[in-house]
Ligand binder design. Sequence first.
Ligand SMILES: [Zn+2]
Ligand SMILES: [Zn+2]
Length: 69
Amino acid sequence: MIRCKLCGRTFESFSDLFFHIKRECKNFPHTRRCPVCGTRFKTIRLLKLHLVNSALTDPQHRNYIAVMA
Ligand SMILES: [Zn+2]
Ligand SMILES: [Zn+2]
């Protein structure tokens, strides 16, 4: 199981978690600046896409949104 670090909900797979982050996570920070690498984005939606895409390859981004449960 994978837990959303932001709100604590658990998911069966990373794709479920990524969908949750992009669509419905209530605790996502109200910022357009990546809390992990500091990159700025025009919209929160683009920041979310950046986080989930980076999480696939980069452990630091993955650790920000996900923890194994
Ligand atoms: Zn969440
Ligand atoms: Zn980043």
